[in-house]
Write a protein that binds this ligand. Sequence first.
Ligand SMILES: Nc1ncnc2c1ncn2[C@@H]1O[C@H](COP(=O)(O)OP(=O)(O)OP(=O)(O)O)[C@@H](O)[C@H]1O
Ligand SMILES: [Mg+2]
Length: 86
Amino acid sequence: MSVTNAMGCGEQHGYEESYRGIKFEVNLLKKVRLEIAVNQDFVEKTTAAIIEGARTGQIGDGKIFVLDLAECIRIRTGDKGDAAIG
Ligand SMILES: Nc1ncnc2c1ncn2[C@@H]1O[C@H](COP(=O)(O)OP(=O)(O)OP(=O)(O)O)[C@@H](O)[C@H]1O
Ligand SMILES: [Mg+2]
């Protein structure tokens, strides 16, 4: 998997902060972005594991976007498709 520190907001568009009496809007919050490529058989298991680990039931828990992957090539061996994803 790949893990990236990201900035983002959902439908709440961040929140309002106050510093020395001055209010300002924080529109982007620190988030962690996970990118995980899996074979079709593992999509359900993977999303279930993320939900189990990330869900608090509070707003801002995040979203999972499931995308089709056109191709994967392991550079070292030239493996393609399912074999390359592992
Ligand atoms: N439509 C979207 N497109 C791209 N990234 C998104 C989108 N919605 C949410 N995100 C990303 O997911 C993070 C968490 O979003 P969040 O869970 O707050 O979404 P929400 O729709 O507001 O749901 P909730 O009501 O649970 O807060 C955001 O900070 C952003 O990085
Ligand atoms: Mg939100």
